[in-house]
Write a protein that binds this ligand. Structure first.
Ligand SMILES: Nc1ncnc2c1ncn2[C@@H]1O[C@H](COP(=O)(O)OP(=O)(O)OP(=O)(O)O)[C@@H](O)[C@H]1O
Ligand code: SF4
Ligand SMILES: [Mg+2]
Length: 342
């Protein structure tokens, strides 16, 4: 399994990315209410790797994915794809760029038009970008179906005639149609049974090798994210708190929140639990409209100190370990204060 080639320029680099939703109710509200869904996120994705993003529901994973594709407009930050800031492109230039960046969604049923035949669903991006037409277009659609393990004889059928796993294959074929460089997979297997999940994950891995694809793989199911990812970013309340190679992350999490997430994996999956006696995640996730000052995790962290309440820890590289952590006292360093403030 490859780990990012640090000598290379990243395919995608995200800097200071923010998305604040204005959720102020009523015209006469005295104060604007901003929901800080993504609140200053930085990461790099290298060619040929799978970059996983995990975290509890509502931490901003999908918003991050949607911002990368500009399905949502960011409030701040840069999205550098092959060095070019996507936020500076006109809508016409961005439409062209979407050939290179595609998305696979969680629910293949609701993302497939029920009134279109499978062949038309897969052909749609090729038609709208005027890449192919006529016999060549049909040939390409049949090839794509074959590539993702769907019998070309199913081409005239409608989405409801397929199982969940087959529908996800249709979504994958459509995402592949324009030969993208980067695919954002948002909970691409979360709605599927476990056995089907591994078939789809294996398919994604094969396609990655075959077509030199780069993935951002978003999920809250740690086993699936671990299965496919090379490096994993852990998100909490709109921020990335840790980025590490997957083995490193599971064997020796450095951020207390990562520890908590790992300890929440059911005991039936012991291979994925990193250390015995890790603190379990307790307490509610604070509101993204009013995130805690200092370290956002301090209200739930068993190691929080006075400094954590005052000062926000930046995401920085742990020397010599090739990983990033946003914690004043990452696990493995001596925790200076053992007094819990929660
Ligand atoms: N269009 C929107 N308007 C207002 N708030 C939004 C909007 N979209 C998302 N949010 C809020 O932004 C935060 C992040 O949402 P997001 O969907 O990115 O989380 P997620 O990590 O993908 O969660 P899940 O694991 O449940 O998919 C949540 O608090 C969500 O309610
Ligand atoms: S900075 Fe402090 S509160 Fe935040 S994770 Fe680290 S020890 Fe816990
Ligand atoms: Mg989501």
């Amino acid at each position: 399994m490859k780990i990012a080639n640090r000598g290379q320029a990243p395919l995608l680099e995200v800097k200071g990315l923010k998305k604040h939703f204005d959720i102020t109710k009523g015209w006469f509200a005295k104060k604007r209410v901003l929901l800080k869904a993504v609140d200053g996120v930085d990461f790099k994705v290298y060619r040929g790797e799978t970059f996983g993003i995990v975290g509890e529901s509502g931490c901003g994973k999908s918003t991050t994915g949607n911002l990368v594709l500009r399905l949502l407009e960011a409030s701040e930050g840069e999205i550098l794809f092959e060095g070019q800031d996507l936020r500076k492109l006109t809508s016409e230039q961005m439409r062209e760029k979407r050939k290179d960046i595609q998305m696979i969604f969680q629910d293949p049923f609701s993302s497939l038009n029920p009134r279109m035949r499978v062949e038309d669903i897969i052909a749609e991006p090729l038609r709208s970008h005027k890449v192919l037409e006529g016999g060549q277009l049909r040939q390409r659609v049949l090839e794509l179906m074959d590539t993702v393990g769907l019998s070309p004889s199913f081409a005239p059928r409608y989405p409801h005639e397929f199982s969940g796993g087959q529908r996800q294959r249709i979504g994958i074929a459509r995402a592949l149609a324009l030969k993208p460089k980067l695919i954002v997979c948002d909970e691409a297997v979360s709605a599927l049974d476990v056995s089907i999940q591994s078939q789809i994950l294996n398919l994604l891995s094969r396609l990655q090798r075959e077509f030199d694809l780069t993935y951002i793989f978003i999920g809250h199911g740690l086993p699936a994210v671990k299965h496919i990812s090379d490096r994993i970013a852990v998100m909490y309340l709109g921020k990335i708190v840790e980025v590490a190679g997957k083995e490193q992350l599971f064997r020796q999490p450095k951020h207390p929140y990562t520890q908590g997430l790992l300890s929440s994996i059911p005991i039936s999956d012991p291979s994925l639990r990193s250390q015995k006696g890790m603190p379990v995640l307790e307490g509610d996730i604070p509101s993204p409209t009013n995130p805690p000052a200092g370290c956002r995790f301090h209200t739930r962290c068993p190691y929080a100190t006075e400094r954590c309440i005052q000062e926000e820890p930046p995401l920085k590289e742990v020397e010599g370990e090739g990983r990033m952590v946003a914690c004043h006292e990452p696990i493995g360093s001596e925790h200076s204060c053992s007094t819990s403030i929660s």
